[in-house]
Ligand binder design. Sequence first.
Ligand SMILES: Cc1ncc(COP(=O)(O)O)c(C=O)c1O
Length: 378
Amino acid sequence: MDNSATTAVDPGVTEAMLPYFSENFGNPSSLYSIGRQAKRAIEEARQKVADLIGAKKEEIIFTGSGTESDNLAIKGTAYRNRKKGDHIITSSIEHHAVLHTCKYLESQGFKVTYLPVNKEGLVNPVDVEKAITPETILITIMHANNEIGTIQPIEEIGKIANEKNIIFHTDAVQTIGKLPINADTLGVSLLSMSAHKIYGPKGVGALYIRKGTVIESQMHGGGHERNIRSGTENVPGIVGFGKAAELAKVHLPEEEKLANLRNSLIKGIFEIKESYLNGHPTKRLPGNANFRFSYVEGESLILSLDMKGVAASTGSACSSTSLTPSHVLIAIGLRPEEAHGSLRLTLGRENTQEEVDHVVSILPDIVNKLRMMSPLAR
Ligand SMILES: Cc1ncc(COP(=O)(O)O)c(C=O)c1O
């Protein structure tokens, strides 16, 4: 129940990848036939990833991860447009791949506005508009949040960005394959993706770069990926991403069923007293349920669930190496002790009603036992 962290590789994806480790091992830059074959496989995968977001094949650049795509989009835009301006707008609930990149750019002399969100985790497009200055060169707002699942009003923000001629990037790592996406309709110039969240392999991502948008390469070398991301391509990974994208398109209509399954999980968990749903009640990712329980520590919950064979995550200490609570939960207005008592369950394609029922049946006992141990609960 931690499909937002990663997903199992679909057997169809593994099957598509396998030949590119062995008999079709060619370097896509080589002129002989196994090289050309690898090149062709990459281009087919590019088309499939483009199809998933209604883009053109030429608008997709393969990278090594969602993190790299975010870095490339943000640094690539910032360095390219440095002479035009030095101001970036983002939100306070972005993934660290965006937030830490923005922090780094601040150390390089750029100015960054971190917009607040409301208690459901929504960015207000009016705040985006108000934050724009003549120096603004980039707006980067995630499509949906990885912790609380809140889906942002990207189309509205896109309209504002386009009216003002500002490059707009969205981190769609959590939404491709889960929500229908059309890059044009969203109004984005740049969109980050990652394969391992959609039943593809780890270590491969992609960046959509709208035709006409120019960014600075962050990886220099042999000129691969239209000179934007040098490095011999991860052919099996890219082929796997292509297959995962193709399958994601086929499975997209099932996301509604997943939302129903998620709703039954939420309904069941609400039976536990003093349990609260984090995030937006309806504008949220189909598989996402994020709860907090008074007087309970997230880490203890995760470990207790793990002992019963359930994999879940929390926004508190164990999810990072520091003791600070999740920046997302703090940004939606939770106190640190509330943020520490949070539990994220994210359903995927393979989860069943029986599994949901199992969690709903074991969780009340776990929460009660932990509360009995808590001095705060008495
Ligand atoms: C919203 C978001 N952005 C970026 C990433 C990073 O992607 P990757 O794991 O491919 O580096 C993640 C992964 O958790 C994510 O959820």
